[in-house]
Write a protein that binds this ligand. Structure first.
Ligand SMILES: [Zn+2]
Length: 55
């Protein structure tokens, strides 16, 4: 039925960098996010953090 939407929610975002506290926090927040929009938001925040801190 809504396979496309379901798939989008299952798409992996950026992976947390081992040993990074900020990544771990963002990763936990993403796992707690129940709505697709909140999850997408967490993905954006982690991507932004990794662009700055893990280049
Ligand atoms: Zn990090």
């Amino acid at each position: 039925m809504s396979d496309a939407v379901h798939l989008t929610l299952l798409l992996p975002g950026p992976q947390p960098v081992p040993g990074c506290d900020e990544c771990r926090k963002l990763h936990v927040a993403r796992r707690r996010a129940r709505h697709g929009s909140a999850r997408a938001d967490a993905n954006v925040r982690m991507r932004r953090h990794q662009e700055v801190s893990h280049r």
